[in-house]
Write a protein that binds this ligand. Structure first.
Ligand code: SF4
Length: 354
């Protein structure tokens, strides 16, 4: 299956993607803006000129700009100058390179952009982001209705909620129902987030990021997760990582009948991380520490080395057929004891953060 991957207009990374172009379906990227409009914290967004120059080398892949913040400051929904500035940027990318569409999470924001009635809307697909958590065809249809009314182009793909990666029956039903009603649409699955299964912190985590991106408060999401969120959860019960709905590179073929493409995330972790992940999912094999392929649980790789290859051959069947009633089950705990090594604390070389 082809991959959907983050794009950072770094020369080395662009050349890497160009060399792997036959395995890439689409790229996605943040837009340079005074306001942070995507779902992560600001991390040196590229200028429009840099993006356009980089995308020029990747003409055969689809390109999506991220407008997938959970929310923006409410005053901005009615700020026509702000909305037109965003659409000017999108128009620039359409004119100077190629842009397939946008990824959004906030339907108010979509309608606010729609209210400008700019011609450019009809040229751009509006793709509901992974954090819309679409886990049923009914939810997908509610989202499609809003998109159809907005004047944006109907999306060419839909990314289903990561929880379905571990519920194959519901995944098949959702995917088949959507494909039946909207035949050309392609189904995408997120492989390497590594977050808690049905994460109870997720909505608020996203909201806290957007809140700090408004400039109203400092970003405290890392500290909050470290003190009372997912870091504590995984630190106390690291075996629960196996319950996280990630897809191992070795298992992507098991989804080939249900999905068309695999999305990889982790754009804030730098190009070394991205190249490692992309290679692993292209080769459908990874020899190292499984945690080093994950985005949300990447930090856990400082503490544990999970020998990915030791999870063969039964991992996929085990985690997709279990009850998820972990109180009565010790399978993941035993597997963790067999495959994970506790690592001594070491300081990382600076280059590992680039
Ligand atoms: S039910 Fe057992 S196998 Fe399934 S996630 Fe929980 S501990 Fe793992």
């Amino acid at each position: 299956m082809k991959l959907s991957v983050p794009f950072i207009p770094n020369e080395e990374y662009t050349t890497f993607l160009k060399n792997e172009i036959q395995n890439i379906e689409s790229v996605y990227f943040s837009l340079d803006s005074d306001q942070v409009l995507d779902s992560r914290m600001r991390c040196n967004p590229a200028t429009l000129q840099e993006l356009s120059k980089g995308l020029h080398h990747l003409k055969s892949v689809k390109a999506y700009g991220l407008l997938n913040t959970r929310f923006i400051h409410p005053g901005l929904y009615h700020d026509t100058s702000f909305l037109n500035q965003i659409l000017d940027k999108l128009e620039y990318l359409v004119a100077h390179s190629h842009l397939t569409g946008i990824v959004f999470s906030d339907a108010y924001f979509l309608n606010a952009l729609s209210g400008t009635k700019r011609d450019i809307l009809a040229c751009l697909e509006a793709v509901p982001g992974i954090n819309c958590m679409i886990d049923s065809s009914q939810k997908a249809m509610a989202m499609f209705e809003i998109i159809e009314q907005s004047g944006f182009k109907f999306p060419g793909k839909i990314v289903l909620d990561r929880s379905l990666n571990r519920d194959i029956r519901q995944l098949e039903k959702t995917g088949n129902d959507i494909r039946k009603k909207f035949p050309p649409i392609r189904i995408e699955l997120l492989a390497n987030e590594g977050c808690i299964y049905h994460c109870p912190f997720k909505f608020v985590h996203d909201a806290q990021i957007s809140f700090s991106n408004t400039g109203s408060v400092a970003n405290k999401t890392f500290q909050t997760n470290h003190a009372i969120g997912c870091h504590v959860y995984f630190f106390n019960t690291p075996e629960k990582f196996f319950k996280s709905p990630f897809i191992r590179p070795e298992d992507i073929d098991a989804y080939a009948a249900i999905a068309d493409t695999i999305k990889l995330c982790g754009r804030t972790l730098g190009i070394n991380f991205l190249c490692r992940c992309i290679c692993a999912y292209i080769q459908k094999s990874f020899e190292g520490n499984l945690l080093e392929l994950m985005d949300a649980t990447h930090w856990l790789s400082d503490h544990y080395h999970i020998k990915n290859k030791k999870l063969d051959p039964g991992f996929f069947n085990m985690v997709t057929n279990c009850t998820k009633a972990c109180k009565e089950c010790s399978i993941c705990r035993n597997l963790f004891l067999e495959t994970a090594i506790n690592k001594p604390f070491t300081l990382k070389p600076y280059k590992d953060f680039l």
